[in-house]
Design a protein around this ligand. Sequence first.
Ligand SMILES: *Cc1c(COP(=O)(O)O)cnc(C)c1O
Length: 399
Amino acid sequence: MKFDPASNIQDLLQFGEFGDVNPSITDSATYTFMEAKTMVDTFHGDQQGCFLYSRHWNPSNKYLADALAAMEGTEAAWVTASGMGAITSAILQLCSTGDHIVSSITTYGGTFAFMANYLRKFKIEVTFVDITNLEQVEKAIRPNTTMIYTESMTNPLLQISDLPALAEISRRHKVKLLVDNTFTPMMIAPAKLGADVVVYSMTKFINGKNDCVAGAICGTEEFIASLADVNTGTAMLLGPVLDPMRSSSIHKNLHTLHIRMKQHSHNAMFLASKFKEVGLKFLYPGMPEHPQHELMKELMNPDFGFGGMIAIDLETSERASQLMEMMQKEGVGYLAVSLGYFKTLFSNSGKSTSSEVPDDVQKKMGLSEGLIRFSVGLDHDIERTWQKIKHCLETLNII
Ligand SMILES: *Cc1c(COP(=O)(O)O)cnc(C)c1O
């Protein structure tokens, strides 16, 4: 039986304070205690349903965190004010000065910048590897390595990480496997494939409305409790807490995620087949030409498809700019960064979301300056969308 995140959420009934089907939003920074001793216990981590202060935990965030843990199949979860808040909190909780990280070279630009530039302050070294080359990953591990870091589907090259194999390497070397699953919620369940910690930018598919930034960390009860520890918890002490108003709205959107993922995947698969027909150079994990297509089929949960992300390569950034501007004029979608929105979004990765990655590193990882990353929206009639894209491609003599 494959893991079924959508049914886990379906089975989850979370009753609000007054029987409200959407639990009431906790509009409080602090909480009262009837007995002074309970407050002391709560400070010492013995929470037992009590809330102390909203940077530590608040009920609205707890409802969302519980739903995310159910979706991910982890014991617990924590929600943060952004995806970077989740990634940096999880990394800083697991690593100390003098530690070493092995990371995929293709990651979100902000993650790359944090690892390549910021962690230096703490003398934490990072070796960047081609995550699809398991031998290279294993060779990069040193005695002081504490973590392997990757994205299930990497940004922006859409490589698929072999999570069971990476988990096996991690266990053998007693290091943690941390996985960013932002591109593939529900489709891939990293914790079920051996990841120790799963992080998300909920800004993208999970929320799906592009109205806020938010993040999540899913893992063991013990790890999540360590993040919230009043003396040593990174999340508690650095304070990237999600606002309860936002967690409540994201919580509602989580319940339509399975339907949205199916439609994103359906539309992206349709466009990929058209890109193939007209001979464009493209990347889509759902097509047999993709180097990790078979692996993707092995790892994915049934029913959610191959995801909403496609990339095409127009070789030069000038051609990419012309096409993106024209597609926006013709109403295909928006020339904007980000992804997982109901509208189609497109951007030139090398000049935007991966611009933190130096040019020579972009070349090394195989990122062409003419790469356009599409986050395909929830369009009802994707054939019409294709006709618009085709018109742009023909007008610009690309096909
Ligand atoms: C957007 C993104 C992030 C950063 O998340 P924010 O919510 O913008 O802080 C991290 N990882 C991936 C894969 C992303 O797409």
